[in-house]
Each structure stands twice: as C-alpha cells, then as structure tokens.
Design a protein around this ligand. Structure first.
Ligand code: TXA
Ligand code: MG
Length: 319
C-alpha cells in the first residue's frame, strides 16, 4: 500500500507524543517520515513494502543501483535479516547501538523488499542509538529502510530545516529532534568471512575497528561501487569547493578549523568530533551565503578526520 506525501510538503513537527502516533500510522500505511538519528536525518519507510521503498528512491531522486541501510532495534532483529559470523557479532556487540553499519549476507528468508538491496545478496544493517529513531522502530514494529534525507548527491541533513530545504515540496512529515550529535554518516563495514573492509569512513574510526577485530581492515579492491562513499562526487554543494585553504579569496565563504578562523569555525579547539558534528551545517550555510565559492581550512586526517576529509574531497570534486 502506498500513500502520497506530496500534500505534506516538509512539515517539521517537534518530536513528542502528539507526533509519534501520526508518524507510526504513516509508516505502517506505506508512507515516509524523516527521522533524526545520531548521524544524520534519515528518510524512513517500511523496508518490507516495495511501494514504500520505491517512494524513498523517488523522493530522493536516487539511482536505483544504490542500496539502502535497514535500521533495526537490536542484534536479534538484525539476525532475522542478515547472517552474522563471529566477527560481525563482535562488531555489533561492541558498537551497537551506534554509528556503525554492517554489510552481511542476507538470510534465506529475508523479508526486505528487493529494491532495498538493489539486487545484491548482501544487506546493510544498523542499530541506531538516537531515541527518536529507536521510538519509531519500537512503536511501529517495522524494520525501517532509511537513507539520508536529502536529494541524492546533495549535502546530508543534520537538522529538520536541512531536510525541508533539500527535499522541498517532496519532503514528508519531518520529526524535529534537534541537530544530530555526530553529524556525519555511519561508518560502513563489509564483513568478508574473517576479514572486513571499510566501505565508508565515519564516526567509528579504523583504530576502534582494529581494536575489536584484532586486525586492520582489508583494502577495498572491488571495482564496482559498493557504497556512496565510493562515488567521486557526493555530499556536494552546488558551488565550487576549494580545500586546504589557509585564507579565503574575496569571492569565497571560508569554513575555518582550529587556528584558521574562517567566516565560521568548525572547532576553535581543533576537536575533530565537534568539527564532524558541524560539517554539513557549515556546508549548508556556505551554500546559502551570498559568496559564489566555498573554501575550507586544512583538517588533519587522524581519527574522524578521515571521514571529514573523505566527505570534503567528494564535496569538492572535480575542483
Ligand atoms: O548514518 C547513516 O548511515 C545514515 C542514517 C540515516 O542511518 N544513512 C545513510 O544512508 O547514510 P545512505 O543511503 O545515504 O548511505 C548508505 C549506503 C548506501 O547508499 C549504499 O551505498 C551502502 O550504504 N549500502 C547499502 N547496502 C549495501 C550493500 N548491500 N553493500 C554495500 N553497500 C551498501
Ligand atoms: Mg546519503
């Protein structure tokens, strides 16, 4: 069953008991709801309903070879959809709920609609920590497919306002839970037997994964696109972006970091987690400014810096 969201037009409502029932009713009848998670806002729908999943792709303008993450309440639910070996269980026990997505083989009777996995025999699963997303999972009893709630290829949303602006009239009901704490999408890890690969860097760092697995990640060798983090242009503002900028030119909006003040600063104390939480907001802000170009201060590669620089390089491509 499917329901059109067009008439809703990006209505953002503060999360609370008055909106939970409405949101759950929409999800149960094949509708979409934009929901905050600890990483970014997601565009959620029942992952077992093919029409609802098609509506996600349509609303985002997303190429259909790009599969979706399914959000579940806990590891028990995750194991109904995906096959977990010892390594996957170790990662799940250590890092869930949290900003980690695991790509594992689908179970034989996985009820998720084929379009969610875009024809792959693997599935991307995440147990989110954010109380609003958890409430949606619990109250609906659904497994929720949810990509980031932005137009495909554009900057990810970390506030309800970003969702409304990015999706425009196509935006569904938005549950406003305030700004996302992490501000950058989950780390995606593919499990390959006893090895693992990082398909998209994120808030969970390679050092954390290595400490849990007892070995570093294998290198990503596959030529095919396995995660959007592997697309050269992604998370992209509509303006040219210049990286490593100690100073701005007169036509640039300057995003600063640490001692490079900028027009706004991602973290005066050079704290990478703080910078990650503000990165997409800063890009949204820079995009809305009257300057035709964007410059970004150098950001070190260590820890979450890897994910920050990954997103920035894709935002800057092909500059
Ligand atoms: O933090 C996040 O991960 C957010 C929040 C809403 O959970 N979601 C998010 O979803 O960033 P999205 O759709 O923007 O990016 C997830 C990506 C997919 O685009 C896809 O490339 C990758 O996860 N993915 C999904 N299923 C996969 C699979 N079976 N194999 C490899 N990559 C997969
Ligand atoms: Mg995305």
């Amino acid at each position: 069953m499917s329901c059109s969201n067009d008439h809703i037009g990006g209505e953002a409502r503060r999360y609370g008991t008055a909106t939970i029932g409405d949101a759950v009713a929409r999800l149960r009848t094949g509708g979409l709801v934009a929901v905050p998670t600890e990483t970014v806002y997601g565009l959620a729908a029942d992952s077992t309903d093919p029409a609802a999943v098609a509506e996600i792709y349509r609303t985002k303008g997303r190429p259909d070879f790009n599969p979706l993450i399914v959000h579940v309440l806990d590891l028990d639910d995750a194991r109904k959809l995906g096959q977990f070996n010892d390594l996957a269980i170790c990662f799940a026990n250590a890092l869930w709920p949290g900003p980690l997505t695991l790509v594992v083989p689908k179970t034989a009777n996985c009820p998720v609609a084929a379009a969610v996995t875009a024809g792959l025999d693997t599935i991307a699963l995440r147990v989110p920590a954010h109380p609003v997303m958890r409430e949606m999972l619990e109250a609906s009893g659904l497994y929720l497919a949810a990509p980031s709630a932005n137009r495909s290829g554009a900057i990810s949303p970390t506030t309800a306002d970003h969702v409304a602006r990015s999706l425009g009239p196509a935006a569904p009901l938005i549950l406003d839970g305030g700004p996302c704490e992490r501000g950058i999408e989950s780390t995606i890890v593919a499990i390959d037997g006893s090895d693992y690969r990082i398909l998209r860097p994120g808030p969970v760092t390679p050092a954390q994964l290595e400490a849990i697995a007892g070995k570093p990640a294998a290198t990503v060798t596959s030529g095919k696109i396995e995660a959007p983090g592997q697309m050269l242009s992604h998370y992209a503002p509509t303006k040219p972006v210049r990286l490593g900028a100690q100073a701005a030119r007169s036509d640039e909006y300057h995003i600063g970091f640490g001692p490079v003040a900028g027009d706004m600063n991602l973290s005066v104390s050079a704290d990478l987690a703080e910078a990650a939480s503000l990165l997409f907001s800063a890009l949204h802000h820079a995009e809305a400014s009257d300057k035709p170009r964007i410059a970004v201060a150098p950001i070190p590669e260590g820890g979450i810096g890897l994910a920050l620089n990954d997103r920035l390089r894709r935002a800057a491509y092909p500059e």
